[in-house]
Design a protein around this ligand. Structure first.
Ligand SMILES: Nc1ncnc2c1ncn2[C@@H]1O[C@H](COP(=O)(O)OP(=O)(O)OP(=O)(O)O)[C@@H](O)[C@H]1O
Ligand SMILES: [Mg+2]
Length: 241
């Protein structure tokens, strides 16, 4: 597949995706028929109230969980046809994850945290260190490279996590509530940073939030309500216009 073909085809196609959980006797329909296409290079926010299915959807995009009905095609491949090994290969090569709790390794410095996935990919230590430093610079905290996470603020930790996710050159960044543990000013800065990196590198970004105030400058917004994509325009107060 040449690169022009892989740019013109969707990175994701979801068709009729459903996910049901059994909680005791109760059946919870977390996703009720999601149809969605995401093109390479898009910057997309998934937002909606608690329990609307945001994390369930992100777990589908991260190849962590599978639908009970419907299909998902990721980068031209039918996900249901992939073995577990193939899925974890696609995850480590093509997807970078950013988490609400940052998920940094506490005993490693900022630089070593960003180096880790590069070394796991087989890069030599010097090369991993050079590339990690470049990414810390891109997220604006190269000066803090020797600090361990417990000496960094929440916003700085999330910058390390974003650098770590991007250093491995994924096609896609998945961030489930990346701003949930940050104050609103820092939350805005983190979203602005992801948007800047999306523009500079072309990496596709999908993030979730329950805070509509973060969506001002986000080009594509998907509102989830009760496991379905809401149709129509919603204002920043979450109310349908
Ligand atoms: N592993 C699970 N077992 C049982 N129920 C689950 C499981 N995961 C999610 N659910 C249920 O599915 C629904 C959607 O959950 P999900 O975590 O996707 O919502 P969310 O939009 O991410 O919410 P939040 O904003 O609180 O993170 C909820 O009713 C939730 O309780
Ligand atoms: Mg969630």
């Amino acid at each position: 597949m040449d690169s022009s073909a892989s740019l013109s085809r969707p990175l994701f196609v979801l068709a009729g995706v459903e996910r049901t959980f059994l909680l005791g006797q109760t059946r919870i329909h977390a996703l009720r028929g999601i149809d969605l296409e995401i093109m390479p290079g898009e910057f997309l926010a998934v937002w909606g109230p608690s329990g609307s299915g945001k994390s369930t959807l992100m777990n589908m995009l991260g190849l962590i969980d599978a639908p009970d009905a419907g299909r998902i095609v990721f980068d031209g491949e039918e996900v249901a046809a992939l073995s577990d090994d193939a899925k974890s290969d696609r995850r480590s090569r093509k997807i970078g994850f950013v988490f609400q709790n940052f998920n940094l390794v506490p005993v490693l410095s900022a630089l070593e945290n960003v180096m880790l996935p590069l070394q796991l990919q087989g890069k030599a230590k010097d090369e991993a260190a050079a590339r990690a430093l470049e990414w810390l610079d891109k997220v604006g905290i190269a000066a803090l490279r020797a600090f361990r996470p417990d000496h960094l603020s929440g916003g700085q930790r999330q910058r390390v996590a974003i650098a770590r996710a991007l250093a491995a050159h994924p096609r896609l960044i998945i961030a489930d509530e990346p701003t949930a543990n940050l104050d609103s000013q820092t939350g805005h800065e983190v979203i602005d940073l992801m948007e800047k990196l999306n523009e500079e590198t072309g990496v596709t970004c999908v993030f979730t939030t329950h805070d509509p105030r973060l969506l001002d400058r986000v080009p594509r917004q998907l509102r989830l309500i009760d496991g379905q994509i809401a149709v129509g325009n919603y204002g920043n107060d979450g109310v349908k216009k």
